[in-house]
Design a protein around this ligand. Structure first.
Ligand code: NAD
Ligand code: TDX
Length: 331
C-alpha cells in the first residue's frame, strides 16, 4: 500500500509514521507537511530513510492532486491544532483545516482514493463537570472555539463528500493525546518542560476542567483499525477512559519530579474554555475489536516525562518562543 500522510511531521502524525514504518513493512509512506512552527523534520529522524517527506501545503491544489494520484490511501492529520492560537489568530485555521480538507477531498474524489480524516472530540463542545455523560457518534456538533469550529466544518465536508460523491472516507474523533513528540505549547509537555526548567506548572482557571487522555500510540492503532476495517461513511470515536482534571495531571507530574503536590500556579482562564470531554468508544471496540494498550495513565505519564528528559534537544528550540506567547497572554 502507498500511503499519503498529511501532517506527518507533527505530534500524532510523526508517531503514526514511525509506528507504521516499524510495524508495516508492506506500506510505503509519503508525508505531506508544511513544516509550520508545529512541524519538525527531526520528529521523523528515526525513519528518515524510509519516508519521503514533501514540504508543502494541503491547500495547494496542484501539489495535492499529484500526490493523491500517486497513492492508494490518505490519512489526513495536517491541521492547525492549538486552541489558544486559534483564539489569537483564527485565519490559518480556516485555511488549513477547512480549505486544506476541501482540497484533499476534491483530489480523492477525482482519483477514487480511500481517505481517513483524523478529527477531535472537541467538535461536540463540552459536557458538564458533574455527571458521567459521554460523547457518542450521535452527539450533536456544538464546537466552542475557532479551532474546534474549523475541525467541525472539515468533518461536515467529509460527510457531504461521502454522501454526495460516494467518496470512500472514514472519520475518527479522538480525545486528548499524550506521548512523545508533542509540541511544548500543549498542556502536558508545557508542564514537563517547565518542571525541567525549574518553573512552576501553570493551571488555567481553577484546574477543575476535565480531559480524557489517551496515549498517542493507542490513537494511531485505532486509526489503522479504521483504515483497514472501518465502514465507509462512518464516524468512530476514539478514547481510552482516561478522564482526569487538569489539577490531577499537574499533581501527578509534580509527584514524578519529587515536588510538593501544590507547587503550581493558577493563571487566567482560557476564554470559552471547554469544561469536560469524555468519550464512549464502544462502537470502535465492539465493531473493530480495538482496545487501548496503555491502561495505566500514571505509568504512561512517567514514560512521557522520561522521554522529554532524554530528548531535550528535540523540544528546547521551541520553548522560549512558546513561553513568550504565553507571557503575552498573561498565562
Ligand atoms: P500538530 O500541531 O502537532 O501537527 C500538525 C502538523 O500539520 C504539523 O506538522 C504542521 O506542520 C502540519 N501542517 C499545518 N498546517 C499545514 C498545511 N497547511 N499543510 C500541510 N501541513 C500542515 O497537531 P497534532 O496534535 O499532531 O494533531 C494532528 C491531528 O489530530 C489534527 O487534525 C488534530 O485536529 C487531530 N487531533 C489531535 C488531538 C490531540 O490531542 N493532539 C486529539 C484529537 C485529534
Ligand atoms: O498551560 C496550560 N495550562 C492549562 O491548564 C495549558 C497549555 C493548557 N491548560 C489546560 C487547557 C485544557 O483544559 O489543559 C487542558 C489541555 O489543554 P491543551 O493541551 O491546549 O488541549 P485542548 O485545548 O484540550 O485540545 C487538545 O485536545 C483536543 C488538542 O490541542 C487538540 O488539538 C485536540 O483536538
Amino acid at each position: 500500500m502507498r500511503l499519503l500522510v498529511t501532517g506527518g511531521a507533527g505530534f500524532i502524525g510523526a508517531n503514526f509514521v514511525q509506528q507504521t514504518v516499524r510495524e508495516r513493512p508492506d506500506v510505503t509512506v509519503t508525508v505531506l507537511d508544511a513544516l509550520t512552527y508545529a512541524g519538525d523534520r527531526a520528529s521523523l529522524a528515526p525513519c528518515a530513510q524510509d519516508v519521503d517527506l514533501v514540504v508543502g501545503d494541503v491547500a495547494d491544489v496542484d501539489l495535492v492532486d499529484s500526490l493523491v494520484a500517486g497513492c492508494d490511501a490518505v490519512v489526513h492529520l495536517a491541521a492547525e491544532s492549538h486552541n489558544d492560537n486559534s483564539l489569537a489568530d483564527p485565519r490559518p485555521f480556516l485555511r488549513t483545516n477547512v480549505e486544506g480538507t476541501f482540497t484533499l477531498l476534491e483530489a480523492v474524489r477525482r482519483h477514487g482514493r480511500r481517505f481517513h480524516h483524523v478529527s477531535t472530540d472537541e467538535v461536540y463542545g463540552d459536557l458538564p463537570l458533574e455527571g458521567s455523560t459521554r460523547f457518542t457518534e450521535s452527539t450533536p456538533y456544538n464546537p466552542s472555539s475557532p479551532y474546534s469550529s474549523t475541525k467541525a466544518a472539515s468533518d461536515m465536508l467529509v460527510r457531504a463528500w461521502c454522501r454526495s460523491y460516494g467518496v470512500e472516507a472514514t472519520l475518527s474523533n479522538c480525545s486528548n493525546n499524550y506521548g512523545p513528540y508533542q509540541h511544548v505549547e500543549k498542556f502536558i509537555p508545557r508542564q514537563i518542560s517547565n518542571l525541567i526548567d525549574g518553573v512552576r506548572p501553570k493551571l488555567y482557571g481553577t484546574g477543575a476542567n476535565v480531559r480524557d487522555w489517551i496515549h498517542v500510540e493507542d490513537h494511531n492503532r485505532a486509526v489503522w483499525a479504521i483504515l483497514e476495517r472501518g465502514r465507509a461513511g462512518r464516524t468512530y470515536l476514539i478514547g481510552a477512559d482516561g478522564e482526569h482534571t487538569n489539577r490531577e495531571v499537574v499533581e501527578a507530574l509534580l509527584e514524578i519530579f519529587g515536588h510538593p503536590r501544590d507547587a503550581y500556579d493558577l493563571v487566567p482562564d482560557r476564554p470559552g474554555h471547554d469544561l469536560r470531554y469524555a468519550i464512549d468508544s464502544s462502537l470502535l471496540r465492539e465493531e473493530l475489536g480495538w482496545e487501548p494498550t496503555y491502561r495505566d495513565f500514571a505509568a504512561g505519564l512517567e514514560a512521557t516525562v522520561r522521554w522529554y528528559q532524554d530528548n531535550e534537544r528535540w523540544w528546547r528550540p521551541h520553548k522560549d518562543r512558546t513561553e513568550q506567547r504565553y507571557r503575552a497572554l498573561g498565562r
